[in-house]
Write a protein that binds this ligand. Sequence first.
Ligand code: THU
Length: 162
Amino acid sequence: MTNKKKIHIDYSEFSSIEELNPEDKNLLNIARKNLSNAYAPYSEFKVSAALRLENEEIILGTNQENAAYPSGLCAERVAVFYASANFPKVAFTALAITAQNISDTLKNPVFPCGSCRQVILEYEILQQKPIRFILSGTDGPVIIIDGVKNLLPFSFNSSSLK
Ligand code: THU
């Protein structure tokens, strides 16, 4: 017998950064300001991530491309790996992600790629607290998602390995 099921995903949409609470607004502004530090000469698509840690440290990441294309890394993983390498066991509270294209703008929110979702999930499971995603372009609407599980509802994780 078929048992049809549905998955429910919670997220909020705000029409601009001005509607955010001061903490979220600050983190998104920091991410937007750091877009110019992306190294994206090949795609010309700059991505910036600002990660807030539980100890109030803010870790910045931008995408880092390479002439050997697959050797590059997304902004999110640059930030998250740096945070884990330098502040092990300090929980991640929020991650603001923004991007701009060749015209230096982007009107719509950007979402982390599948590989970054998988990497972030690892740390969210470890810390047992949801990470808040603040997603937006260089301006325009902002999407807030609490918990990477809302971005990756079916996931592979270490429980399968046991
Ligand atoms: N990129 C990110 O930095 N984060 C994402 O979540 C999606 C894509 C980067 C990788 C590459 O440098 C450029 O955007 C174009 O794909």
